[in-house]
Design a protein around this ligand. Structure first.
Ligand SMILES: Cc1cc2nc3c(=O)[nH]c(=O)nc-3n(C[C@H](O)[C@H](O)[C@H](O)COP(=O)(O)O)c2cc1C
Length: 278
C-alpha cells in the first residue's frame, strides 16, 4: 500500500517500522509517535544526565501495572565507572555500557516479599514456585519498558542488556544481591551520540504476529517472513551492516546453546541464587 495514503506524521513512522504493507492506521497521537520511533542506542556521549532523571525514570517504571500489585522487582542504578566497566566485562564487553553515564540493572526481587513475610512471622510458600519467578520477570520487564518510553520522551537513548544473564552469579556478587534476587537484564541510559546514529529497525509484518480469535502462524506467515527478510536486508544495507536474512539470523540464534553464551545454565544458576522454581 502506498504510504502517502496516511496522514503525516504517522506515514513516515509506519514506513520506518514496516517499510511496506503498512497496517491500516487511522488512529494517531504523540504517544504512538514516540513508541513507533523507538530504536536501541549503542553509541553515547559521556554527558551526565540532568538532575532528577533517575527518579523520573523510576516513577515511570513504578507506574507500570504489577501482578497483584506485588511489585516484585527492584532496580540498581550503577554510575560508578569502575563498576560499570566490571559489569560490561561480564556482559560480553559491550562498550556502550562503559560509554553511557548510567546502567540500570533490573531485578526480579522475591527477597523483599520474603523479608516482609518473615517480619510478619508468616510463611511465604508461594515464592518457591516458578510462577512467582515469572511474575517478577514480567513485572520487571513492564517497569523497565515504561522507563524506556520515559527516557525516549526526554530525548535520551537506551539499550537493554540481556547479556547480564551470561554470568548471573558474578553479577549478583558485584551488586551484592541477596538470595531470591536475579539481575534479569540491564538498561543503558544516556544521550545518543548523533554522529553515530541508530535507526528504526523494521519489524515483522503484522500478518506474522497478529492473529484473530485463534493462533494462526502458517504458510501466509512464512510468506510474510520472506517479505520481511528483504526489508531487513534493505535496512542492513542502509546501515552498512553485513546483509543476512532475519530468518537466518533468528535461526542461528536458536540453533543450539552456543548463542546462549552461558545462559543454558541459567536454571542451575537460579537455584544457586535461592529461587525455588517448583
Ligand atoms: C531483554 C532484552 C535484552 C537485550 N539485550 C541486548 C544486549 O545485551 N545487547 C544489545 O546490544 N542489545 C540488546 N537488546 C536490544 C535488541 O537487540 C533490540 O531491541 C532488537 O535488535 C531490536 O532493535 P531496536 O530495539 O533498535 O528496535 C536486548 C533487548 C531486549 C528486549
Amino acid at each position: 500500500m502506498n504510504d502517502l495514503a496516511y496522514p503525516a506524521p504517522s506515514a513516515s513512522r509506519l514506513a520506518a517500522r514496516y517499510r511496506h504493507d503498512l497496517p491500516a492506521q487511522t488512529i494517531w497521537n504523540d504517544t504512538l509517535d514516540l513508541l513507533l520511533s523507538h530504536r536501541s542506542v549503542r553509541a553515547y556521549l559521556p554527558d551526565a544526565l540532568p538532575e532528577g532523571t533517575l527518579e523520573a525514570l523510576v516513577a515511570a517504571a513504578q507506574s507500570a501495572a504489577s501482578s497483584s500489585n506485588l511489585q516484585a522487582w527492584s532496580v540498581i542504578a550503577v554510575e560508578e565507572p569502575a563498576r560499570k566497566a566490571r559489569l560490561a566485562a561480564l556482559a560480553g564487553n559491550q562498550k556502550h555500557i562503559v560509554e553511557a553515564p548510567l546502567l540500570l540493572v533490573w531485578l526480579v526481587d522475591l527477597n523483599r516479599l520474603g523479608a516482609i513475610a518473615q517480619a510478619r512471622e508468616q510463611p511465604a510458600e508461594a515464592l518457591e514456585y516458578f510462577d512467582s519467578f515469572l511474575l517478577g520477570a514480567v513485572d520487571a520487564a513492564l517497569a523497565a519498558q515504561n522507563a524506556v518510553v520515559a527516557l525516549e520522551s526526554l530525548g535520551l537513548g537506551g539499550v537493554y542488556i540481556g547479556a547480564l544473564r551470561n554470568k548471573p552469579l558474578e553479577v549478583a556478587a558485584e551488586l551484592g544481591l541477596p538470595a531470591n534476587v536475579l539481575a534479569v537484564f540491564g538498561l543503558v541510559v544516556g544521550y545518543p551520540d548523533l554522529a553515530r546514529p541508530a535507526d528504526v529497525k523494521p519489524r515483522l509484518p503484522q500478518e506474522a504476529v497478529l492473529f484473530r480469535e485463534q493462533y494462526g502462524f502458517g504458510e501466509a506467515g512464512l510468506r510474510a517472513v520472506e517479505a520481511y527478510n528483504a526489508r531487513f536486508r534493505e535496512f542492513q544495507r542502509e546501515q552498512g551492516l553485513p546483509e543476512q536474512d532475519w530468518s537466518a539470523q533468528a535461526g542461528n540464534r536458536v540453533r543450539n546453546v552456543d548463542s546462549l553464551n552461558g545462559r543454558h545454565m541459567l536454571h542451575d544458576a537460579l537455584h544457586r541464587l535461592g529461587f525455588g522454581l517448583k
